[in-house]
Design a protein around this ligand. Structure first.
Ligand SMILES: [Zn+2]
Ligand SMILES: [Zn+2]
Length: 121
């Protein structure tokens, strides 16, 4: 697939990357539109430290479901979707009580920092 890769601070390059795979609990989304957030700008210029290259940025996107993981219910191929870019663990104290936005192991798509790296949209 074609992707816009942050190869180094303040340098973006259009590259070809392997197609992502769809795990059992995942939806694979063909991105049709992706926003550029203010936090991407501060990552692009290196000031925030939350877009350590190499990284595909972008955490505000919309697209079409291309594949549905075997454990996923409620979605079908062809559905038009957007998503919350935060990834919660499902097992910490906050996740267990339903406050997934406070997850102790929270990650964000399109962000790379010292703790994690998640490719974006
Ligand atoms: Zn944002
Ligand atoms: Zn959690």
């Amino acid at each position: 697939m074609k992707a816009l890769l942050l190869t180094e601070v303040k340098k973006l390059q259009v590259v070809e990357l392997p197609d992502p795979t769809c795990g059992p609990g995942d939806l694979l989304v063909r991105v049709k539109a992706c926003g550029i957030c203010g936090s991407d700008i501060h990552g692009f210029d290196g000031s925030s430290g939350r877009r350590i290259p190499p990284l595909v940025m972008g955490h505000e996107a919309a697209g079409i479901v291309q594949a549905v993981g075997q454990d996923v219910r409620g979605f079908r191929v062809g559905d038009r979707v957007t998503f919350d870019s935060t990834v919660s663990c499902g097992s910490c104290h906050y996740c267990r009580k339903g406050s997934i936005n406070l997850c102790e192991n929270r990650q964000v798509l399109g962000v790379s920092c010292n703790e994690f790296r998640r490719q974006g949209a």
